[in-house]
Design a protein around this ligand. Structure first.
Ligand code: GLC
Length: 727
């Protein structure tokens, strides 16, 4: 009886399955579903899948466009600015009901360093040298986003940047290709996990492909002169790492790369990304980047812009209104091959199937309490902020153990909104912990806090100086909190100088007249020129823009509860005039000449720099053998001792150098790093397992990696160990 019932049930299910189209059958492989759906689509339906509109008015003030209030059927994607799952579901339902084939949209948003739980800016995160913590932060961002209706983030931004005049230096992971690659992979894993259909994950998007960080003179949207050699050895490695980590989408860039705008560059978008790296996801344009091909002088009109971009390999049009208007005609006219169109549509549909949007097009509704600012999320925010802050100077004043009266002065002292940094998604001012709030919690009854703002971020108003001097004079020590507004960095936020406005410099000079010690705390989205502030400060802490939980970590560092462990992932120049200045430079023809006449040619604070409250003694670099063999790994070790009285986390940065190569390589290149807590007195042997093909080889301007025989050096701090690779 039961067997008969089971048989009927199975037959019934098979009959039902036979009735549903393959693309609707979740038990079928994604590729079969993609092909089945593609075969059913008309030309117009295919074209609409390659368009992304904004819903309502864009919340990025740099992207002007009329608000879109009615979304057309078959639209591929929408940029979604709301946190409401209900609204998302309403919009999704309308579009799907009007879609002949019931194709869901994918909802994208800029979740760069947190959604509602806003973490430190990405540049700061790199200074933590803690990829696992960065992955956890990305995991939380994905959960908060997906539960709020966002399936896809336009992140991580992995543009290697060495010109801090460029505001977008705040969005990436600094000047080093390897560091950007490691943090890119960690962030992609955090966002995507192992199953994009999981309602707590979201699709990543590597941006801005590629070389945007080389923007001339730090101005935005401008020309970038990048040789193929530098493209391959400097700007592409983070993208290759992101693709290998499984990133499912890529965003094209605004910049013109040595004559060809990145958004119309077939070498990048097709040859490298889709052929060499076999990327099976899709490329979305940056906002307006297709239409901007006209301004860049390579397209006469929007139709030609659509032709140039689409045939180069740019699959989806973000609010350019070029593809929706012209792609169908370009296909009918044979300017765009049918197979190119189908290839792009396949890539978009593939993501939608992988995200599970055909089975679950709607976001389960949930309360804000269920989604945001969960205890675990806040703990990550606080720990990450702690680990990103960098102690740049300390001449015996920190930690503040004896201070009974602490003056807290400056425009950052009680600031909250600006601590969120650029691209702060759904961060709210009232959820940000200011420096002053952190000091109150940390010092409580132990010390009296005397507050004086002193001055604004900029302007000429010195009316607050007297009050500031009085507070500093009355106190045992001053915590002087200076820095940037959040919109002084990020997109379209270039500055001709990286020094702070004169009014803040003057405030520092006034405060120094108190004769009391000054602890300078800096909040910025870029390295600052602090060469005139440094002599006025007994200690300097680079706090960056720490997101919603920076106040207590900063206060914990000042109080000595936390031993600072941040190390710079980007060089601090001595002056704007030194830019570009970075550690992995190619060797000079005359290393001891060619210096500035009136200023040191060394940075103020170099890549990897950061002080601690303890001391670390590095022992001898050792290798199992001095000879390297192709295809055989070799382990190099170095003992490090915490020789101070305080526990602390030390990051060991491992570099390699190849002083003689057929292509002049940088003087040294970061290839491994490890951060580890060392108890006071503890010695740990750090190791680097060198894979010669991965760690010693170099890539040429055609993207071919080669490993030459000869001498290589492994470098840690000032220690160098020679290894030789025989023919
Ligand atoms: C902007 C940015 C890009 C962002 C996009 C959507 O212009 O360049 O990083 O993801 O538009 O807001």
């Amino acid at each position: 009886m039961i067997a008969g019932l089971l048989l009927c049930t199975t037959l019934g299910a098979q009959a039902r399955k036979k009735d549903i189209p393959v693309y609707r059958d979740a038990s079928r492989p994604v590729e079969e579903r993609v092909e089945d759906l593609l075969a059913r689509m008309t030309l117009e339906e295919k074209v609409m899948q390659l368009n992304q509109y904004t819903l309502g008015r864009n919340d990025n003030a740099n992207n002007m466009a009329d608000p879109v209030n009615d979304l057309p059927a078959e639209l591929g994607s929408v940029i979604y600015f709301s946190m409401s799952a209900e609204l998302r579901n309403y919009v999704q339902k309308r579009v799907m009901e009007r879609s002949r084939l019931g194709i869901p949209m994918v909802f994208g948003h800029d979740v760069i360093h947190g959604f509602r739980t806003v973490y430190p800016i990405s540049l700061a995160q790199a200074c933590s040298w803690n990829p696992e913590l960065v992955r956890q932060a990305a995991e939380v961002a994905a959960q908060e986003s997906r539960m709020s209706g966002v399936d896809w983030t336009f992140s991580p931004m992995i543009d290697v940047a060495r010109d801090p005049r460029w505001g977008r230096v705040s969005e990436g992971y600094g000047e080093d290709p390897y560091a950007n690659a490691v943090f890119c992979a960690a962030t992609v894993k955090g966002y995507q996990g192992d199953d994009l259909a999981d309602g707590r994950r979201m699709a990543a998007c590597l941006k801005h492909f590629a070389g945007y960080g080389a923007s001339e003179a730090g101005r935005d949207y401008v020309y970038t002169e990048i040789s193929r050699q530098t493209l391959w050895d400097t700007y592409l490695p983070p993208y290759q790492a992101g693709i290998e980590a499984g990133a499912v989408t890529v965003m094209s860039c605004f910049n013109n790369i040595s004559g060809t705008p990145g958004s119309a560059d077939p070498y990048l978008l097709t040859e490298v990304l889709k052929k060499r790296w076999a990327h099976d996801g899709f490329v979305v344009s940056d906002w307006g980047a297709i239409e901007q091909l006209r301004a860049q002088g390579v397209a006469a009109d929007k139709k030609q812009a659509a032709d140039r971009a689409f045939n180069a390999g740019l699959d989806m049009d973000m609010m350019n209104r070029c593809y929706d208007a012209h792609l169908a005609d370009l296909v009918r006219e044979g300017v765009v091959p049918q197979e190119r169109l189908d290839d792009a549509v396949r890539r978009v549909l593939r993501l939608k199937f992988r995200l599970g949007l055909f089975e679950n097009p709607y976001t389960p509704e949930s309360s804000e309490e269920e989604r945001f600012l969960l205890p675990g999320s806040l703990r990550i925010a606080e720990q990450l902020a702690e680990e990103t802050m960098v102690l740049l100077k300390n001449e015996g004043v920190l930690p503040l153990r004896e201070a009974k009266k602490i003056a807290v002065i400056g425009p950052i002292a009680k600031e909250r909104w600006h601590l969120l940094g650029a691209w702060a998604s759904k961060g709210r001012t009232e959820e940000v912990e200011s420096v002053f709030m952190g000091l109150e919690k940390e010092f409580g009854e132990r010390a009296e806090l005397l507050y004086a703002r002193g001055c604004d971020f900029d302007g000429e108003d010195r009316a607050g100086f007297a009050e500031a001097l009085a507070a500093a004079t009355a106190a045992d020590v001053t915590v002087l909190c200076l820095g940037e507004k959040r919109n002084w960095s990020g997109e379209n936020a270039s500055r001709s100088t990286i020094a702070l406005p004169e009014i803040q410099q003057r405030l520092a000079e006034v405060v120094s007249k108190s004769g009391k010690p000054v602890v300078l705390v800096l909040s910025s989205g870029r390295p600052l020129d602090v060469s005139r502030l440094e002599p006025l400060s007994d200690a300097i802490v680079q706090m960056w823009q720490p997101g919603i939980r920076g106040g207590r970590p900063l206060a914990g560092i000042l109080a000595g509860r936390i031993n600072p462990s941040g190390r710079l992932a980007i060089t601090f120049p001595r002056s704007t005039g030194q830019i570009p200045i970075y550690y992995c430079r190619r060797p000079s023809a005359r290393p001891h000449q060619g210096k500035y006449q009136e200023l040191s040619s060394e940075p103020l604070y170099e890549f990897g720099y950061g002080l601690s409250y303890t001391t670390y003694d590095y022992g001898e670099l050792k290798a199992e053998t001095a000879s390297i063999e192709r295809g055989k790994k070799l382990t190099v070790t170095i003992p490090v001792t915490n020789s101070g009285a305080m526990d602390g986390a030390e990051t060991v940065l491992w570099y390699v150098s190849d002083p003689v190569c057929r292509i002049a390589r940088p003087v040294k290149e970061l290839k491994h790093f490890e951060k580890r807590m060392l108890r006071s007195g503890e010695t740990h042997t750090f190791s680097f397992e060198i894979d010669p093909e991965r760690d010693l080889s170099f890539v040429d301007g055609d993207g071919n990696r080669f490993l030459e025989a000869g001498d290589y050096y492994v470098i840690v701090k000032d220690r160098k160990l020679k290894l030789t690779l025989a023919e």
